[in-house]
Design a protein around this ligand. Structure first.
Ligand code: HEC
Length: 92
């Protein structure tokens, strides 16, 4: 009984930590998606990028070109988040 309690005490933080981390990752992902949907639908539908598969470097080129069109409507930090997001869901 005592050892069960000890095991519980040992595992509880691990499980709790895992849950928090999982929630965090999901939050970051849906933030990136929301950001992508906002910024990348300013001039054309998001189907334009979503119909492509590109490597990380290619997404970097495309998103940087889009940022140049958009000026300060897309920040440098947002460019990085969107490149990571697209490389993850539309990589090759
Ligand atoms: C300020 C307007 C504007 C914004 C904002 C914009 N685009 Fe574009 N996009 C264009 C124009 C204009 C073209 C066609 C000319 C070209 O390809 O350079 C285009 C074409 C594209 C293409 C097809 C060409 C290719 O290289 O595959 C993709 C993919 C694309 N955009 C992705 C994005 C993504 C991702 C974002 C968000 C970071 C974005 N766009 C935001 C104006 C914009």
């Amino acid at each position: 009984m005592r050892s069960l309690l000890k095991m519980g005490l040992f595992f509880f933080p691990l499980v709790a930590f895992g849950l928090i981390q999982g929630a965090d990752i999901r939050a970051v992902e849906s933030d990136a998606q929301a950001l992508f949907e906002k910024r990348c639908s300013l001039c054309h539908p998001t189907s334009r990028p979503l119909s492509k598969n590109k490597s990380g470097d290619e997404w970097r080129q495309t998103v940087t070109r889009m940022k140049n069109y958009a000026g300060d409507r897309i920040s440098d930090e947002e460019v990085e988040i969107i490149i990571d997001y697209l490389t993850e869901i539309r990589g090759k």
